[in-house]
Design a protein around this ligand. Structure first.
Ligand code: BES
Ligand code: MN
Ligand code: ZN
Length: 502
């Protein structure tokens, strides 16, 4: 869908549907709504007066204007109570109305934008409207061949604004578009089946990202990894005929000698569990086990397109985890890239193995911070539910920054402790560490394991096993891949820029 920002008044706008937002319980109409109500001979006040429309969160009423206005329809959109309103409700409202209009086969809509909807967050208000609209309309359709003509699509959203807001809104819309494109990029990669989205194909996608200014890409193949001693990553890959890849995307937008932020993303293009094979039920969902990798690639893409003045690197270990004659086995001992040895107790705890080598590689940048993103543990879903990112880490300041970014993007982050006592649970009898710590605190022991490979650099780990994929529609996350943490990471990076400018 294209988005245009235009100067003008909504009341004068020719459109298939103009979207008018209203708070719940507002006694008098104001602004655009008041004007349009007057011109249209009370179309809106009649509806509200009769109790048809209360302005509940994401409530929608579509009214025909019957020639009273240049626009064909008015779509009233409820925002809920003003004192309970926030960016997340705004995203949800616009996602819902856009999907509703698309369902009516409407191709084009117009809306105005009140920058003061959320106090002190003008830029974020624009971003939320664009994010909600576009993310809610996302559909993954390349494999649908039957009935393609029935697929509905919105073509155009016009944002009609007053002269004095025009420049700010236009600039913010451009930035929001970049961020949404990065989320779409990640969602597309995650939605693609594992027979398409192989490690090699992920590397191809990284090369696409690297066509941008100041971005470069390196891809290490199996031979290179052997030479380097990335035996943990290689072990996970050993049961598969797909060649593993270590993908490195670098964006140098800051000063040359400035240390980068390194983002590490789990890139399991299919996780069968390996010899410790998973049950058949829902195994198909394990094509999404590269969601962390897709997210960090999306974040670098957005950072480059936004031309953020900082350095960001993404490291993505990409492989399949399959059983087979050459697969690694429970009991195997691996010498990781760091030199530390790992006893494999469960081949389904493969994420931490590939991440251990990638994190060691990340630490070689002497980074300002390392953030890893991974669909790492089913235990995280048990602990926090389907919607929440589990955060663990060694650096209070970094965790606070992530938390702050998440407040704005609406991605739910909750911290779990990483106390000393948990580290006991991953000590091996015959090697340095074991890759599975038993049933207790599964999310935390996985993080404790990762912590052994990050050196002394500020590090945070985001377990996205829950929110990476959703089996039910959410307002701006249609059923399927969410692209979670793309917006979070971009907001985190943008906050770092905002801070360094003060
Ligand atoms: N990719 C899975 C975690 C996962 C499970 C993500 C469900 C999303 C939904 C991971 O590789 C895994 O299998 N973890 C094991 C670890 C255990 C064997 C220590 C798990 O969570 O059961
Ligand atoms: Mn697994
Ligand atoms: Zn996995």
């Amino acid at each position: 869908m294209k988005i245009f920002v235009k100067k003008g008044m909504l009341a004068d706008t020719k459109s298939q549907a103009i979207i008018l937002t209203l708070f719940e319980g507002s006694r008098k109409l104001t602004g655009n709504a008041l004007e349009i109500d007057k011109i249209s001979g009370g179309l809106i006040s009649e509806l509200i007066g009769n109790g048809d429309f209360e302005g509940k969160p994401s409530q929608i009423s579509v009214i025909y204007t019957r020639g009273n206005l240049p626009a064909q329809r008015i779509a009233l959109l409820g925002l809920g109570k003003q004192n309970e309103f926030n960016l997340e409700k705004l995203r949800a409202a616009f996602a819902t109305v856009m999907r509703h209009l698309r369902g009516l086969n409407i191709k084009e809509a117009a809306t105005s934008l009140n920058l003061n909807l959320v106090a002190g967050k003008k830029e974020h208000v624009v971003q939320a409207v664009i994010e909600g609209s576009l993310l809610g309309l996302y559909q993954y359709t390349p494999y649908k061949t039957v009935g393609r003509e029935d697929l509905k699509e919105m073509d155009e959203l016009n944002i009609v604004v007053a002269d004095n807001d025009f420049s700010l809104i236009e600039a913010e819309v451009k930035k929001a578009r970049i961020i949404v494109d990065a989320v779409y990029f990640a969602r597309d990669m995650i939605s693609a089946p594992s027979n398409e989205m192989t490690p090699s194909n992920m590397a191809q996608k990284a090369l696409e990202v690297a066509r941008r200014k100041n971005v470069s890409c390196k891809v290490f193949d199996k031979d290179k990894m052997k030479e380097m001693g990335m035996n943990a990553l290689l072990a996970v890959a050993s049961g598969s005929h797909q060649e593993p890849k270590l993908i490195i995307l670098e964006y140098w937008g800051g000063r040359k000698k400035e240390a980068p932020v390194v983002l590490v993303g789990k890139g399991l293009t299919f996780d069968s569990g390996g010899i410790s094979i998973k049950p058949a039920e829902k195994m198909d969902e394990m094509k999404t086990d590269m969601s962390g990798g897709a997210a960090v690639m999306g974040a670098v893409m957005a950072a480059a397109d936004l031309r953020l003045p900082l350095n960001v690197v993404a490291v993505i270990p990409a492989t399949e985890n399959l059983p087979g004659g050459s697969a690694y086995k429970p009991g195997d001992i691996l010498k990781s890239y760091s030199g530390k040895t790992i006893e494999v107790l469960n081949t389904d705890a493969e994420g931490r193995l590939i991440l251990s080598d990638a994190l060691t590689y990340a630490s070689e940048y002497k980074p300002e911070a390392i953030i890893d993103v991974a669909t790492l543990t089913g235990a995280c879903i048990i602990a926090l539910g389907d919607d929440v990112i589990g955060m663990m880490g060694t650096d209070e300041k970094l965790k606070k920054e992530i938390d702050k970014a998440a407040q704005n993007t609406g991605e739910l982050v909750w911290e779990l402790p990483l106390w000393e006592s948990y580290h006991e649970l991953i000590k091996s009898d015959i090697a340095d560490y074991k890759n599975a710590g038993g049933r207790s605190a599964g999310t935390i022991t996985a993080a404790a394991f990762l912590s052994k490979f990050v050196g002394d650099f500020p590090w945070a780990h985001l377990d996205i096993a829950g929110p990476a994929w959703t089996t039910k529609d959410k307002p701006y996350i249609p059923k399927g891949a969410s692209g979670v943490t793309v917006r979070l990471l971009v907001e985190f990076l943008r906050n770092r820029v905002r801070k360094s400018r003060v």
